[in-house]
Design a protein around this ligand. Structure first.
Ligand code: GH3
Ligand code: MG
Length: 317
């Protein structure tokens, strides 16, 4: 087939990013070619001829949907499905099983393992296109709902739920890779007085401006900002050692006071200020999410105790 690339193919009419990305997994290249011809017009089509290759492609290329052959040598479709559902990176990718097996128990087993649908061979192109379209739409809707459930409605940064889930994943990754990781916790100083003087609406605006300063200061794509509680925020900084995190905390402190948000009742400055606590897991140190969180929190407490509008930091041993 001209231009047929065994790993990635599309018809070239549209930029590939504009099209949803499908992964077709089948040990028979001729079956893959049939699927390719049915789907390449509307989708970017990734292809794998073994379960192992499929798992690697899912981790690296994040397809939007998988069409998975059930019967394959070495690793069958059930096993591939199970492994994908166990991995946090791939568990939400919808899987449609493609199979020549017509008995209901095979279908039941597949659905039990988390597949969204079953298509039997020989395939009918119109049915394949229709089901793919439906499941991609459902996936897009659930992605959108999930992203809303992880956002803080007031400030637009992530919420505590997202942060808690992410922290566990990120610390696991940092321990595996022996890399450093830091947290910056931040709390607005005398915010109760701010609300009392300027009103709750102004208080809300102030929190939005603090979130804006955090967004401005954090530049790396892996960094995450979350609103952890009322006027408390936390920044998760993968691959960041102690001095880098302290520098960033200083930048945030400065960014916020430089906004000159009037706060006449603050005891530390005529403007809104924040106190910050930095906690670092250095390279080659094993640590839990709780230990890192407690460290950053304790540092924030010290900053408050020492007079507010300042930064304290420490590293885990
Ligand atoms: P400190 O410097 O020790 O942190 O003092 P504080 O006044 O900032 O801390 P305290 O915990 O006493 O008060 C926090 C205030 O933040 C009280 C609460 O009404 C306010 N707050 C919490 N969430 C929100 C919110 O979403 N919007 C507004 N406007 N205020 C909030
Ligand atoms: Mg406060």
């Amino acid at each position: 087939m001209p231009g047929f690339n065994p790993m990635i193919a599309n018809d070239g009419n549209f930029p590939s990013q504009a099209k949803p990305r499908l992964l077709v997994v089948d040990d028979q290249p001729t079956n893959i070619q049939v699927m390719y011809q049915i789907l390449a017009q509307d989708y970017q089509v990734l292809m794998a001829t073994s379960g192992k290759q499929a798992l690697a492609l899912c981790e690296n290329k994040h397809p939007d949907l998988i069409l998975l052959d059930l019967i394959m040598p070495e690793m069958d479709g059930y096993e591939v499905c199970q492994l994908l559902k166990r991995n946090t990176v791939t568990k939400d990718i919808p899987i449609i099983f493609i199979t020549a097996q017509t008995d209901e128990s095979a279908e039941e087993k597949g659905l039990d393992l988390g597949a969204v649908d079953f298509i039997s061979k020989p395939i009918n192109p119109r049915i394949v296109r229709a089901r793919v379209k439906t499941h991609l739409m459902l996936k897009a809707q659930s992605d959108l709902l999930r992203s809303w459930a992880y956002l803080d409605g007031l400030t637009g940064v992530h919420n505590r739920r997202y942060f808690d889930e992410h922290l566990t994943t990120e610390i696991g990754r940092a321990v595996r890779n022996n890399s450093a990781m830091s947290l910056v916790m931040l709390d607005v100083d005398f915010f109760k007085r701010y609300n009392d003087k300027y009103g709750h609406q102004a208080g809300d605006d102030c929190l939005r401006r603090v979130a804006h300063s955090l967004r401005t200061s954090l530049m790396r794509p892996g960094d995450h900002i979350a609103r952890y509680g009322g006027e408390e925020f936390v920044c998760l900084l993968p691959e960041t050692g102690f001095s880098g995190a302290m520098q960033l905390a200083e930048q945030i402190r400065k960014e916020i006071i430089d906004q000159q948000i009037e706060h006449a009742d603050s005891s530390v400055a005529p403007y809104v200020t924040v106190s910050l606590g930095v906690g670092t897991k250095p390279e080659n140190v094993h640590a839990s999410a709780n230990a890192l969180m407690s460290l950053a929190d304790a540092q924030l407490y010290k900053a408050k105790e020492a007079g507010r509008h300042r930064i304290f930091g420490a590293e885990l041993k």
